[in-house]
Ligand binder design. Sequence first.
Ligand code: FES
Length: 117
Amino acid sequence: MVEKNKLVNRSVNLGSVEKIPLGQGFCFVVGKEEIAVFRPRSGGLFALQNRCPHRNAPLCEGIIDNHHVICPYHARKFEFRTGVGSEKGESVQVYDVCVENGDIVLSKCPDANHVST
Ligand code: FES
């Protein structure tokens, strides 16, 4: 059994970055973890745990600006680079992500035998 948030040093290809419209997020399931990948209009790509620590809302459905996602349920904000939330002591897991040859690649990931969208 895989522990929640245990990361392993291997890469997982999530497919074309074009799956994610500019200015939006998209949820991928890697092993047992839901990971929200965001593509701000200002550029870059960011990956966070998908479920909000407050009441479990899917952050992939939140509104984003260039640096944050705003939770769709109660509007708490989470910073893309650090995962730090707007409420004291609240944060989400951040994952290393990049684009290689047009594909989204997570470089430290939950231990996973499968990926789905
Ligand atoms: S569920 Fe995200 S702020 Fe409440």
